[in-house]
Write a protein that binds this ligand. Sequence first.
Ligand code: FE
Length: 176
Amino acid sequence: MPPQPEAKDQERIPYQLPFPKEADREIVVPGVIPDDPKVWVPQKENVFFRPLCLNASQGYWMNLLRVTRAGLLTRHRHPQPVHGYVLKGRWHYLEHDWVAEAGSYVYEPPGETHTLVVPEDCAEMITYFQVNGVMIYVDPWGRQTGYEDVFTKIEMCRKHYAEVGLGADYVDRFIR
Ligand code: FE
């Protein structure tokens, strides 16, 4: 080991050892709100998502959700927590009396079932969401009508990116 500098002179020396060999690659996404509209994956009428990290090994995904005027994200249940940060516009849940606006942070605890709506007078909302595990789509009485998990998200991305000419493998950069 070479002579060690004084502690006060070590602050700006990068870590000198290799990272664990099992550690995965980092992801850096410049321009999280994309200039190219093809990066937005259509989900249903007026609803789009933009993948940032599709974590297949741990079963969660980080994405921007974009809902345009008067759009609605179908009623669903979360068995695991969700974290959200509103970047643009505003929205609310039919099941709660608060409104999430640009700058708001939202925590959705396990057990939540809700329906996200964007009001008529809001042209567009964009929210950064971490979704863990699964979204279970349900009817008003909790009966399952569908689901989404990190694997269905990956599949939707592959199909869309192939169709718009970015290439099915465009999604691979977001998968860990
Ligand atoms: Fe939700």
